[in-house]
Design a protein around this ligand. Structure first.
Ligand code: AN7
Length: 393
């Protein structure tokens, strides 16, 4: 197994500690598809069912993957897109899809003999890395934008015992420090430019195929640092290359309006340009300079997909719709996938008779404040039946 540069094609051995090519390009793992087993029988789904597709020997696991794929019947009918599904990644051990990347990434850290790991994070990556480092018995440093990470995620990173380092600045500023630290201080970086993390996350594609028994026409998901869309696309491509299926989905990436460097470049037909001061209620994707953008761009282009952006208001409305119509409580970033679907259906850019899988990336309880601040509770009532009868009127 080797690492290969997506720009110049140069290859590196898997045990070489590096995150980028000499040329600066992003690296990806070349999967040994002749060893990848056809295990797609729809049964006993967990991430490690797909071990033969993954580039690690060790296993630091908290039982990740195997997340439910729901048919969204109520919303599908209402929106006139009846073949609508959600892959709910909030059901992972720490409540987000990051656990897929971390089970593989932290396993790889141990294989490489590293005893310190580091990441920059808008929240979920830090929570996940902290948990897997705890399980592995190694030290985790997590750098987070000060004051801009959701309460639940902060609580997780703290209780799992990571060293939480608030940074005055945004995610992009924190990532710059982490990249330098990993180069100079002997700490293993587990942001999504680490190609092993994306290998774990590609299992979302394998599970969708395993659960549905077919490849959906479209996969919609939020885009922040742009790792997950690249990873899922790689998973679907490998299913095809391995001869498991002939189909490929369109990859549709959704960004928040205030943090949409990729979607705006796509829509305006202009070169990618970072956003200096990203801002959105969906703090998970409050990212102005997505490190994986070249991979994500290719995923969208190759798959015939698209990139779209949605407003904070549309995000919160979609969050409420998923909860109130489907019983699915997701964090704001995750709701961008539904908000994007609604926008694209309304504009007629996509057809309603196709199948759509929304990746709901993180649990709603991660960010309780965003909900509680939007709703006001009435005054308390007297503890009597009479008082409650008044309420029921
Ligand atoms: C819920 O935790 O970047 O496009 O540092 O937490 O792969 O970055 C989180 C990203 C979507 C975007 N949904 O995924 C972090 C971080 C949720 C997220 C994304 C994130 P990428």
């Amino acid at each position: 197994m080797v690492l290969k540069c997506i720009e110049c094609g140069r290859e590196y051995p898997e045990d070489e500690l590096r995150y980028r090519c000499e040329c600066g390009g992003l690296l990806e793992v070349v999967t040994e598809l002749d060893k990848a087993e056809d295990v797609f029988d729809g049964k006993n789904i967990t991430l490690w069912k797909y071990e033969s597709w993954l580039p690690v020997e060790k296993r630091v696991s908290l039982n990740e993957g195997g997340t439910p794929l729901y048919r969204l019947k109520n919303l599908g009918e209402e929106l006139g897109a009846p073949k609508l599904y959600a892959k709910n990644e909030g059901n992972n051990p720490t409540g987000s899809f990051k656990d897929r990347g971390m089970t593989v990434g932290v396993s790889k850290a141990l294989e490489l003999g590293m005893d310190k790991v580091i990441c920059a994070s808008t929240g979920n990556t830090s929570a996940s890395l902290a948990a897997y480092a705890a399980k592995a018995g190694i030290k985790a440093y997590v750098l987070v934008p000060s004051g801009k990470i959701a309460l639940g995620k902060l609580a997780q990173a703290m209780i799992y015992g990571a060293q939480v380092v608030p940074v005055s600045g945004n995610f992009d500023d924190a990532l710059r420090v982490v990249v330098k630290a990993s180069g100079e201080l002997g700490v293993y970086m587990l942001n999504s430019i680490n190609p092993f993390r994306l290998e774990g996350q590609k299992t979302i594609a394998l599970e969708i195929y395993d659960q549905l028994g077919f490849v959906p026409d479209n996969v919609l998901l939020p885009v922040g640092n742009a790792g997950n869309i690249s990873a899922i696309w790689k998973g679907f491509k490998e299913l095809k290359e391995a001869g498991i299926t002939d189909e490929l989905p369109r990859m549709i990436g959704i960004q928040a309006e205030g943090a949409a460097p990729l979607a705006s470049a796509w829509k305006e037909g202009k070169p990618f340009k970072p956003v200096e001061k990203p801002e959105t209620v969906a703090t998970a994707i409050r990212i102005g300079n997505p490190a994986n953008w070249p991979k994500a761009w290719r995923a969208v282009k190759e798959s015939g997909g698209t990139l779209e952006m949605v407003s904070d208001e549309e995000i919160l409305r979609a969050q409420e719709l998923l909860a109130s119509k489907e019983g699915l409580f997701v964090e704001p970033a995750s709701a961008t996938s539904l908000a994007g679907l609604i926008k694209l259906l309304e504009s007629g850019e996509i057809g309603s008779d196709e199948s759509y899988v929304l990746i709901t990336t993180g649990h709603g309880l991660k960010d309780p404040n965003i909900v509680v601040e939007r709703f006001t509770l009435p005054e308390p009532i007297e503890p009597t039946l009479e008082a409650f009868k008044e309420v029921m009127k």
